[in-house]
Design a protein around this ligand. Structure first.
Ligand SMILES: C[S@@+](CC[C@H](N)C(=O)[O-])C[C@H]1O[C@@H](n2cnc3c(N)ncnc32)[C@H](O)[C@@H]1O
Length: 464
């Protein structure tokens, strides 16, 4: 049967694709259906037809899958934040594990690799230690709000609906952050609404209030409130900072990041420290880290401990090794491994991250880690000595091909590759296979209710 745009079909969803969409087949032809899970029986309309696949929208859920569960969040299915809340957590882990295996097989072209079942996140709600809420002068309306004439359409603070850059769902509770974050969000909303300054328009690029970023310390139960505005108006933001510090003893830091840049990124061109400390402190295992508003820190603290424990196990250190850590961020992996290696060198491109990494070593009395500031692509060819073990934790895009060539040139005995993107991980490891065996992969779930998955892979050099 030929699939055509606009066609209405009754389909049974049989699988779930990386990216979170349900997959059904029409005579072998793939149809991706948003907001569905395997074993759903659905009536859909084809919205897009390409050579090898089509996309469809659900018109009616004829018979729901037994794998469905009632989402805790009332915005589930509309908010771009977590798309899998209606899928049982156990099943989320199963599909995430298969996506890692499939990427290795289809993208990396490696068969029979041992992929362990994804390690569960200790918490599946209240796990995120950092949230960014956007302000907008255009509110995205939920279906039940469409008819309500009294709703204020020119104001919203919350998360984006998928596919919209300028509209936000006005969210009063996001369950993947700890509960107090929702009270802070609602207090900030009330304050902004009553303020004389307008919210920022993502279309017009005018207005004052841009984002609210909340950071939570899992070990201390402290909060940082970071208010992002387009200009500096201390008389406007300071009363809000005072109100939050007074109301919530848990709020120990309030800062104001200021950016006039058009890009929708919640990082200031500069920062004004308002009240309390300019950072929060969190622990990973026995180590403590000072985290400032714009530092990179894994967003699931307990999940990061799980992740780093797997990295440690796969690194197999005895205390005598020289370890090279590529993409070292604020030095969390080197510090985690410091007591089991002789020396560790990190390479990182962001100056403030390298500064934080050095400071974190001092604060934790770690003296065998050093950091090189620079682009790994340029730094690696200048290194002459071969490390015993290399840790590689690149951004989502993976490694530059010149970096892959340098890694092959240095040829350490063992590589531990850490990744938040199964596709680029599989591609990169595929390019290393002339010299390395991919022995095993452990997916680690840091992002419950999303289709994202972190993985750790162990590669051993093939002896000639
Ligand atoms: C996924 S984070 C890993 C951070 C760290 N390993 C951790 O667990 O917190 C990737 C890091 O790579 C850095 N980075 C990205 N491109 C880079 C490059 N070309 N050279 C050096 N570092 C880079 C980023 O600044 C970021 O800190």
């Amino acid at each position: 049967m030929d699939v055509k745009k606009g066609q209405v079909l009754d389909l049974r969803v049989t699988d779930i694709a990386f990216g979170g969409k349900g997959l059904a087949k029409v005579d072998g032809f793939a149809v991706f259906i948003d907001k569905t899970v395997p074993e759903d029986q659905v009536r859909v309309r084809i919205t897009r037809k390409k050579k090898n696949y089509a996309e469809a929208r659900v018109l009616e859920l004829i018979s729901p899958s037994p794998l469905r569960t009632t989402p805790r969040c009332s915005y589930s299915g509309y908010c771009g934040g977590c798309k899998w809340q209606f899928l049982e957590y156990d099943k989320q882990l199963e599909y995430k594990t298969s996506h890692v295996s499939e990427s290795i097989e289809h993208i990396g072209l490696m068969k029979g690799v041992l992929v362990h079942r994804a390690l569960a996140s200790e918490k599946i709600f209240g796990y995120r230690n950092k949230m960014e809420f956007s302000c907008s002068d255009q509110r995205w309306l939920m279906p039940e709000e469409l008819e309500n004439k009294d709703i204020e359409k020119g104001f919203g603070i919350g998360l984006h609906a998928p596919g919209t850059f300028n509209k936000v769902i006005d969210i009063d509770a996001c369950h993947i952050q700890p509960e107090l974050g929702n009270q802070i969000l609602n207090d900030v909303r009330d304050y902004i609404r009553q303020s004389t300054e307008p919210v920022y328009g993502l279309h017009s690029h005018e207005g004052f209030w841009r984002f609210l970023m909340l950071r939570h310390s899992a070990s201390k139960n402290n909060w940082m409130v970071n208010i992002i505005t387009s200009t500096l108006k201390k008389d406007v933001v300071m009363p809000l900072a005072e109100q939050l510090m007074e109301c919530y003893p848990e709020v120990t830091s309030v800062v104001n990041n200021i950016t006039a840049r058009k890009a929708g990124i919640a990082i200031g061109e500069y920062e004004e420290h308002l009240l309390g400390e300019s950072f929060i402190t969190d622990n990973l295992g026995p180590y403590s880290f000072k985290i400032s508003a714009n530092s990179f820190f894994q967003t699931n603290t307990k999940g990061a401990e799980n992740l780093y424990s797997v990295v440690e196990k796969y690194a197999g250190l005895t205390g005598n090794e020289h370890v090279l850590d590529l993409y070292s961020g604020t030095g969390t992996i080197p510090i985690w491994l410091s007591s089991s290696a002789k020396e560790i060198t990190g390479i990182e491109i962001v100056e403030s991250a390298v500064h934080d990494a050095r400071k974190n070593c001092l604060d934790n009395q770690v003296d065998n880690c050093s950091f090189i500031l620079g682009d790994i692509k340029d730094v690696l060819p200048t290194l002459s000595s071969r490390p015993d073990v290399m840790i590689i934790d690149p951004p989502r895009t993976g490694m530059h091909k010149d970096v892959v060539a340098s890694v092959l040139g240095l040829a350490p005995q063992r590589i531990v590759y850490v990744s938040c993107n199964p596709s680029t991980m599989a591609r990169d490891i595929g390019m290393l296979k002339e010299k390395y065996n991919l022995v095993e992969v452990q997916p680690v779930d840091m992002f419950p209710h999303t289709y994202h998955i972190e993985s750790v892979a162990r590669l051993e050099r093939i002896e000639e």
